[in-house]
Design a protein around this ligand. Structure first.
Ligand code: ASP
Ligand code: MG
Length: 417
């Protein structure tokens, strides 16, 4: 017998029929003798609608009220699933974040989980075989007693955090894809599903644009060493052997992965914008003068490229920001112009970042060099490059994204036969 967290996303609970399907998945695991905590998202599209309502009510709305409103989607699905489970003769009870409680920071709309008390859930497993149906995405701040939410996609994080709190053997993320792929199969039909992927690689994939899981959830899995299994919720519950290994991807520690490629996967993001600050005086403190105000404005700067000036007088500095922060970033730099001292701002919004990820890169030289040659062969110009131990990224014209991803996918032997 084991202890399991089962998380179902918005498409898996999009209507009552699908909620019934979810209940049958839960029943299968309960019948197999497992203790089960289920974490649910809001019905597909519901959170978007609630966010829209907040904006309609007032563009400058209070973040505490935003949380009160958007947390309601998960409240509905947790109650509905508990009802359906009870109807199938399974002991079940719904839980809101505040009832458990899931204590979070007070950063409304992007709160971090601080602590979860799993005692009551565990004792109900033991005393009454009761399934806990937990509303994802939400918590409570203990100081203010107000509802909080964890940021979009936050139910993944709720699920892994619950798994850590109740010391689950595994956290199953049921979703509308059947696992983690080497890249987006819609772009590269030859993309392969990975049987296993290391936490670190998954963290990079998710951070660089793969949309399977919220980044925070992978981080939590890594910290608490909770194996996270990504699998499809559309497989027929009756067809699955609860003791066998269903199709899916296990995110686990590196030691558990025997065979590994140098490159694990390729991620891309078109939500990037490039800003180049031209002819800045080349003197101490300019980088601080540029990035200080951006940090204060809470703008995440990603790639940074600075030239070494030839004449020792002026230099150029290029960086990228999320496309959604582009206007704010430009304004921030413009208003600091006198302090920074530069000639001109250039920018581009039709750019994309393609990232190649693999913990195998640590022990292999020349991995990035191969990519540069391959991209040159396709006449794709690289605007900026960044590298880290297990990843490198190139910034290119957005129009070439698909071509670049396909080229690199083939280059690193990721295409399926
Ligand atoms: N319902 C929330 C959202 O759409 C949380 C989640 O689904 O993970 O962002
Ligand atoms: Mg999601």
């Amino acid at each position: 017998m084991g202890r399991l967290v089962m998380k179902f996303g918005g498409t898996s609970v999009a209507n009552i029929d699908r909620i019934r399907n979810v209940a049958r998945h839960v029943k299968r695991e309960v019948d197999a003798g497992h203790h089960v905590a289920v974490v649910v998202s809001a019905m597909a599209g519901k959170t978007n609608e609630l966010v829209e309502w907040c904006r309609d009510a007032s563009p400058m709305h209070d973040a505490r009220e935003y949380d009160a409103i958007v947390a309601s989607g998960e409240q509905v699905t947790s109650g509905l699933l508990a009802i359906v489970l009870q109807g199938m003769g399974i002991q079940a009870r719904s839980w809101q974040g505040w009832q458990i409680p899931i204590r979070t920071s007070d950063a409304h709309a992007s709160a971090r989980i601080l602590e979860i008390d799993g005692a009551e859930i565990i004792s109900r497993f033991q005393d009454r075989q009761e399934v806990a149906v937990i509303a994802g995405f939400q918590g409570i701040n203990p100081q203010t007693n107000r509802l909080t939410t964890l940021g979009r996609g936050g139910s993944d994080t709720s699920a892994v955090a619950i798994a850590a709190a109740i010391r689950a053997d595994r956290c199953d993320i049921y979703t509308d894809v059947d696992g983690v792929y080497t890249t987006d199969p819609r772009v590269v039909p030859k993309a392969r599903r990975l049987d296993k992927i290391a936490f670190e690689d998954m963290l990079e994939l998710a951070s660089q644009g793969a949309k399977v899981l919220q980044v925070r959830s992978v981080e939590l899995g890594m910290v608490h060493n909770i194996p996270v299994f990504v699998r499809s919720s559309f497989d027929k519950p009756e067809d699955i052997d609860p003791h066998g290994t269903p199709p899916g991807t296990l995110i686990c520690s590196e030691e558990e992965i025997m065979e590994s490629h140098v490159v694990t996967g390729i991620a891309f993001s078109k939500d990037e914008a490039q800003i180049s600050v031209r002819q800045i005086e080349d003197k101490p403190g300019v980088a601080a003068a540029i990035f200080g105000p951006l940090a204060e404005a809470n703008i995440n700067v990603d790639m940074i490229v600075q030239n070494v000036s030839e004449d020792g007088k002026t230099t150029d500095l290029t960086f990228t920001v999320p496309a959604s922060d582009y206007n704010r970033a430009r304004d921030t730099i413009s208003s600091a112009k006198a302090k920074i001292g530069y000639a001109r701002l250039d920018s581009a919004t039709d750019v994309a970042k393609v990232s190649v990820i693999g913990s195998g890169m640590r022990s292999h030289a020349g991995v990035a060099a191969q990519a540069f040659t391959a991209l040159a062969g396709r006449n794709i110009n690289i605007r900026a490059i960044t590298t880290s131990e297990i990843k490198f990224s190139v910034l290119i014209d957005a129009a070439y994204t698909e071509l670049a991803v396909r080229t690199l996918h083939t280059l690193y032997g990721l295409d399926q036969a």
